[in-house]
Design a protein around this ligand. Structure first.
Ligand SMILES: *Cc1c(COP(=O)(O)O)cnc(C)c1O
Length: 371
């Protein structure tokens, strides 16, 4: 029995050719020509004027938060059901994260709960599209506009997804992406910031590159980081971007197949295939155990592991993170939906390279543990 990993990328396009070009030309650092090309093409694909390639999706968020000038005294609203990178970026900048619970069906931030969390100190909303369906952006943007709030869009899981026909990553002041190998396109490690605002883009470029003064290198008015992406990574990114539509098609096919195979399995809630604003792109094929199932996600994943099926748990809510509780954040916070799905949700093999037989074996294993 071979083990089916939870995610495997497809690297059989122009990846090798472009990497060989890097090596033959000697351009391997961030100064190489693929970085600019990848930035321009990626930003254009997302309907944005500017792209700034960075080392990963987490530092893209750090950069975005600082570039927007968020800091001490500011509150930023975000979903509690997300990766720690989102809250960490806010906390590291000295601002205060304020969490919102999620919707039980899409697992995205519950828009209806956002307005009640806005105070005189709220400066921004960090929107995170989770697992395959976008957040309902129109009401969210209307709310941000009404209260004069900036919007940071974390589109790490949404390369190639649209909201009412507009690309995810085209909303708000600034949007970020990740190119970790489980994302829709990968550079091994990598990320991108996109925006329409030329000043914001320049600020991100500077922060990414240690805030060197353009007119006087090695002199700094502000502190930045080395968050640069290398030409090797951008070479991979460019080759992957050429196949984004194909990859999204593969993911949708995977989602459809899993849904067919698991539709009448008792005891699990499957991802919604669509909402009225988007069709699921299944960043991962996730599921939540019903309350009457006698075991939780941890146990389900252990069973599946024994059957050779790779799994991952859901995000653990930000308001239950020991690191933040130790800092005195989120005291007394309660988000019942996120708390429940964190304990009862997990996902099964969902990578771009997943084959039909692997899908069938994974689905059969899920049926087996629930029978
Ligand atoms: C993957 C991911 C990130 C972080 O990206 P890395 O490249 O792994 O640092 C941020 N936000 C979301 C929603 C993600 O899924």
């Amino acid at each position: 029995m071979t083990f089916i990993p939870v995610s495997q990328p497809l690297l059989d396009g122009n990846e090798e050719k472009y990497l060989v070009e890097c090596i033959r030309s000697g351009w391997i650092s961030s100064e190489g020509p693929f970085v600019k090309q990848f930035e321009e093409r990626f930003a254009a694909r997302m309907g944005r004027a500017h792209g700034v390639a960075v080392a990963n999706g987490s530092v893209a968020l750090d950069t975005a938060v600082v570039a927007l000038g968020l800091g001490p005294g500011d509150e930023v609203i975000l979903p509690t059901f997300t990766i720690i990178s989102c809250a960490a970026a806010i906390v590291r900048a000295g601002a205060v994260p304020v969490v919102v619970d999620c919707d039980p069906l899409t697992w995205n931030m519950d828009i209806a709960l956002v307005e009640a969390r806005i105070t005189a100190r709220t400066r921004a909303i960090m929107v995170v599209h989770v697992f395959g369906l976008p957040v309902d952006m129109d009401p969210l943007l209307a709310l941000a506009h009404k209260h004069g709030l900036k919007v940071i869009e974390d589109a790490a899981e949404m390369s190639g997804q649209t909201y009412r026909g507009r690309p995810c990553g085209s909303f708000g002041e600034i949007s970020t992406f990740s190119f970790y190998p489980n994302k829709h396109i990968t550079t091994g490690e990598g990320g991108m910031i996109v925006t329409d605002d030329p000043e914001l883009a320049e600020k991100c470029r500077s922060l990414r590159n240690l805030c060197f003064k353009p007119e006087q290198r090695f002199v700094h008015d502000e502190l930045g980081w080395n968050f640069r992406m290398s030409n090797l990574q951008a070479a991979l990114g460019l080759a992957q971007l050429e196949r984004l539509d194909e990859f999204v098609g593969l993911k949708r096919r995977m989602g459809k197949r899993y849904t067919e195979l698991l539709a009448d399995t008792q005891g699990i809630r499957l991802p919604l295939a669509a909402t009225d604003y988007a069709d699921n792109i299944y960043w991962v094929f996730a599921m939540v155990l019903d309350d009457d199932v006698r075991f939780d996600a941890r146990e389900a994943m252990a069973h599946l592991g024994k059957l050779g099926i790779g799994t991952r748990p859901f995000f653990w809510p930000m308001h239950e993170q020991p690191v933040f509780l130790k800092m005195g954040l989120f005291a007394g916070e309660h988000c019942p939906v996120a708390e429940r799905i964190a304990r009862r949700g997990f996902y099964i093999p969902s990578g771009i390279a997943l084959g039909d037989e692997q899908i069938e074996r994974s689905a059969a294993a899920v049926r087996e543990i629930l029978s």
